[in-house]
Design a protein around this ligand. Structure first.
Ligand code: GDG
Length: 455
């Protein structure tokens, strides 16, 4: 569970909402560090969910969280080799912290519980739980992309990582691409015959179900929250401040994978190429700080401040600021209000497992007068949201043209594109996603049970 002070990422937003419906136990790092050996989990109950959170020792926070998880696995899985750093000490910490997690989680589990492990910080957890004698089904869902074997092989412990994944009963990915990449690793390690036609993988005496489970959003809740948010002071003040200018909005955790530098450059190009828009559009970029202790993030932050400053310095006027760039965390419902108010939603990650903001933007629109989504082909969401304006985020010239096309798009076309996307979102919303995964997990053991979540 994230600290209150940090921006909630997609993982927390997605699973917490799903868990509130099924009930169950959430187990994970509470976001606090300590100088001592972490004690017993802190347990509290809220809205039908039991939260069991543990602390990390400061040194483990450095080596495990900042180090192995966010300085190695995150960049590697997003194909950013330049930002990746490997250290054997960090690898030991990754194993150790997962072992502590397994030890602390075990006593909280009941025999009929299903266990659903989330994301790259916890890949070894399934094996460690099994080694401690846990028998019930354990599933794993990867929120970020999975790299092809040619990329994964860069990791010294790539074989162990792949083997760890085979200890789960169900392994879920966001897209077909990620599943195929996983297959490439399995094939490399265990041979082609390990992959069976029915999405099962056989390794030794274990049979696991590896499949695609694209995460969704709660469409109805977003629609009503976004509509209500339009009446709040903070959203009204923002809308008034536009003085009838068009609005483009981006909402991203401040992360190099989100393509913000390229996006800012594209916006600058757009103002150059289409000067008639100067003074008539405002671009609000909300980018709450994340992982501030990781060096690659500090470098990117500096680059962004430079481009934003340059654009505002060059094109701005006494009564117009082209980019409003905010490193602030807003309440989620306020963000939904901003998204609804926008004529253009801009989501251009260089690589992204799914990207919930793209889906939230679509769900938040007024169906009678929807805004236009510009979406990167390198976001998992592009597979489902195929009627967005799809762009390659590195191609800043094309992105700048897409901004113009979005602003000029006639209402019937906007509606048509939006209706198609909304339909896709409704078909595979957040509860459908969680249900499908849990069904797969239950089938793996033919049992009905409570859900326990480690995230
Ligand atoms: C990972 C994967 C995958 C953003 N700023 C604020 C805020 N947010 C919310 C957004 C959205 C969530 O955080 C971000 O989700 P994303 O999917 O866009 O990105 P990641 O954090 O990288 O999430 C991603 C996701 O997991 C789920 O599987 O889609 O690919 O990288 O809901 O609205 N929320 C609040 N204040 C903010 O300032 N309250």
């Amino acid at each position: 569970m994230p600290r209150k002070s940090t921006a909630p990422g997609g993982l927390a937003v997605g699973i917490l909402n799903a868990l509130k419906r099924t009930g169950g136990l959430w187990f994970g790092w509470g976001g606090e560090t300590t100088q001592h050996e972490p004690g017993e989990p802190d347990i509290h109950i809220r809205a039908g969910v039991t939260y069991a959170t543990i602390e990390l020792r400061q040194v483990e926070y450095e080596l495990y969280y900042n180090g192995y998880a966010n300085n190695l696995l995150w960049p590697l899985f997003h194909y950013f080799l330049r930002d990746m750093r490997y250290s054997a000490e960090e690898r030991d910490a990754y194993e150790n912290v997962n072992r502590i997690f397994a030890q602390r989680l075990l006593p909280l589990l009941q025999p009929q519980d299903l266990v659903w492990v989330h994301d790259y910080h916890l890949i070894p957890l399934g094996r460690l739980l099994r080694e401690s004698g846990l028998r019930q089904p354990i599933g794993f869902f990867l929120h970020i992309p999975f790299p092809n074997i040619e990329m994964l092989r860069v990791l010294p412990a790539y074989a162990e990582l792949l083997r760890d994944l085979t200890h789960y009963d169900v392994v879920g990915f966001q897209t077909e691409n990620d599943l195929r990449a996983f297959h490439s690793g399995i094939e490399h390690l265990f041979g082609h015959e390990a992959i069976r036609a029915d999405n099962r993988i056989r390794v030794g005496d274990r049979l696991l179900h590896a499949d695609v489970f694209p995460i969704g959003v709660d469409v109805e809740a977003i629609q009503s929250q976004a509509t209500a948010a339009m009446q709040t002071d903070v959203v009204k003040r923002m809308v008034d401040s536009l003085m009838s200018r068009a609005l483009m909005v981006g909402v991203d955790r401040l992360d190099y994978s989100k393509g913000l530098v390229e996006r800012f450059n594209a916006y600058q190009q757009f103002l150059e190429t289409y000067p008639e828009n100067r003074g008539h559009i405002t671009y609000i970029q909300i980018a709450p700080l994340s992982r501030t202790d990781v060096r690659a993030y500090a470098n990117m932050r500096q680059a962004l401040e430079q481009v934003a400053g340059r654009t505002n310095g060059r094109f701005g006027d006494t009564d117009w600021t082209p980019i409003r760039y905010l490193n602030r965390n807003f309440p989620h419902t306020t963000l939904l209000g901003f998204l609804r108010a926008a004529n253009v939603g801009i989501v251009t990650p260089l690589r992204d497992g799914m990207n919930l903001v793209a889906k939230e933007f679509v769900a938040a629109q007024d169906p009678d007068n929807p805004g236009v989504l510009i979406l990167s082909t390198l976001a998992g969401a592009a597979r489902e949201l195929s009627t967005a304006l799809l762009v390659n985020p590195y191609d800043t010239r094309t992105v700048s043209h897409a901004m113009q096309a979005a602003l000029e798009m006639p209402l019937p076309e906007r509606r048509e594109r939006h209706t198609a996307m909304l339909e896709v979102l409704r078909r595979n919303d957040l509860s459908a996603w969680a249900r499908r995964f849990i069904d797969a997990l239950e089938q793996s053991a033919g049992m009905q049970a409570h859900v326990r979540v480690a995230g």
